[in-house]
Design a protein around this ligand. Structure first.
Ligand SMILES: [Zn+2]
Length: 469
């Protein structure tokens, strides 16, 4: 039994009332296990620092001082007596990546999928097994997804939870996010397979809003079922009237909304219904047109691009047109059952797809791509006051990327290298809210093998329940 679970159980036994406030929801007192490393004071010295803060600029050789989970000072040379020194020589120091859409609950389903068997691709597998998820399964899958995220340099994620089968499932996913140590938004969704004429659990969404209020690491939103008549996926399909009902309830609570729009027509439906707004994030810009782009820019809507998956779908990937028309674009992983968790690769794909599609007529620099993957993502999720750049006063979400392996050695421009050469294996150190979660490419406190074993146990039980073979 992990130490902190024992401690919690002892606390619960000795002083039930006071301990209750410390405990996760009852379903997870037994399974929630984490020991996040303590925040330390340290200074990264001699790194190539990319701040993503226009006012600060970059430092070919610079220092970053972190104390109490916050960035204290960034500069060519920083005076930080007593702070532990982290050698940044041969490293790029930059903000952690911000993923803006990821279905973490599907993470351990990858072994069931087959790329070339239509019955075993993402949607049929997630639907067949997703109907049988227990809250513990949700917890385990999200923990695994977050571990993969952090190992690849992601410090903020948007947990697109479109299989919330009960309030306990919602609690499980949020508990996993608390235990994972990353910053993130939990997008509370419907349950897979629920009737399309039934609204989401709006009362529990309001309850969840109260539960995570004032948590600097977590925010809440909702994920909507599709509204463009696209029933091919597993996210459900509702009409504009149902969207209005659910979205109005969310907006009354001050919650942002996210929606997949792979099909054509969705943006017009939303515009006609008066539902576009700066609190809306759309996903997968395919099959849109000039009128759509104008409406999105006018209403300040964000669009999340998942290049790994989108490149395999019909329709052109339209982020160049979005950028040209003033729509804000961020980058997302989507899932790791059939895609890679690789923000470097996502940026590289966007660079090459833009060249392939527009012949370079739309200019997107490598610095712009890194910005989309960091500060742009933070802006999309509403975290830009606390993360996304190495700005003194912001929380310390940063990574060190090694430039000494064969794929990076002899690099020129740092932004070019990050977009064109770097790989997740180059991520040396990951700091989230001042906690060093990865050092020298290894988890500092996480027992990944345990998470993986738990995930496999859940998967075996789900396959049995679903009679999956
Ligand atoms: Zn998605």
């Amino acid at each position: 039994m992990p130490d902190d679970v024992s401690r919690r159980m002892v606390l619960a036994g000795t002083s039930a009332l006071s301990a209750a406030a410390l405990l996760p929801s009852p379903a997870f007192a037994q399974t929630s296990s984490t020991s996040l490393p303590a925040r330390k004071e340290f200074v990264v010295r001699g790194a190539h620092v990319l701040t993503m803060d226009d006012g600060l600029g970059d430092f070919a050789q610079g220092d970053v001082h972190v104390r109490d989970g916050a960035i204290v000072t960034v500069g060519a040379t920083v005076n930080a007596p007593g702070a532990e020194v982290v050698d940044g020589k041969g490293m790029i120091c930059m903000p952690g990546f911000v993923d803006t859409h990821w279905h973490h609950w599907t993470t351990f389903l990858r072994s069931v999928m087959r790329a070339d068997d239509p019955k075993k691709t993402y949607f049929p597998v997630t639907f067949a097994l997703g109907l049988h998820y227990t809250p513990e399964d949700s917890y385990r899958a999200v923990r695994l997804g977050l571990a993969e995220a952090v190992s690849a340099g992601i410090t903020t994620t948007h947990n697109w939870a479109h299989n919330v089968r009960s309030p306990a499932h919602a609690d499980a996913e949020v508990q996993a996010m608390r235990d994972g140590g990353l910053r993130g938004r939990f997008a509370y969704g419907p349950a897979l397979g629920m009737p399309n004429d039934q609204p989401m659990d709006l009362a529990d969404i309001a309850r969840m809003k109260r539960d995570i209020a004032n948590n600097p690491m977590l925010t809440l939103g909702i994920c909507s079922r599709n509204i463009d008549g696209n029933t091919g996926g597993t996210r459900g399909a509702i009409d504009a009237a149902m969207a209005k009902k659910e979205w109005t309830a969310a907006r009354d609570l001050g919650l942002p909304i996210t929606l997949h729009t792979s099909g054509s027509g969705a943006i017009k439906i939303l515009d006609d219904a008066g539902l576009l707004g700066p609190d809306l994030q759309l996903i997968h810009p395919l099959n849109t047109g000039p009128e759509d782009w104008a409406a999105l820019a006018k209403h300040g809507v964000h669009y999340s691009v998942s290049p790994m998956g989108e490149a395999g779908r019909s329709g052109e990937m339209q982020f160049p047109e979005l950028l040209q028309n003033g729509v804000k674009v961020s980058i997302s992983i989507d899932n790791v059952t059939a895609e890679r968790c690789d923000c470097f690769g996502c940026m590289h794909m966007m660079q090459t797809i833009n060249r392939h599609r527009t012949g370079g007529k739309v200019k997107i620099t490598t610095k712009q791509l890194v910005r989309m993957a960091t500060l742009g993502g933070a802006e999309d999720l509403g975290f830009d006051k606390v993360t996304g750049s190495l700005t003194p006063g912001k929380r310390a979400d940063l990574i060190l990327v090694r430039t000494t392996a064969t794929n990076m050695r002899g690099m020129g421009d740092a932004y070019d290298a990050l977009v064109q050469l770097a790989q997740p294996g180059d991520v040396d150190t990951v700091v989230a809210d001042g906690r060093v979660l990865v050092r020298k490419g290894q988890f500092t406190a996480l027992d990944y093998d345990k998470l993986e074993a738990d995930g496999q146990q859940s998967l075996a039980a789900l396959k049995a329940k679903a009679k999956w073979s």
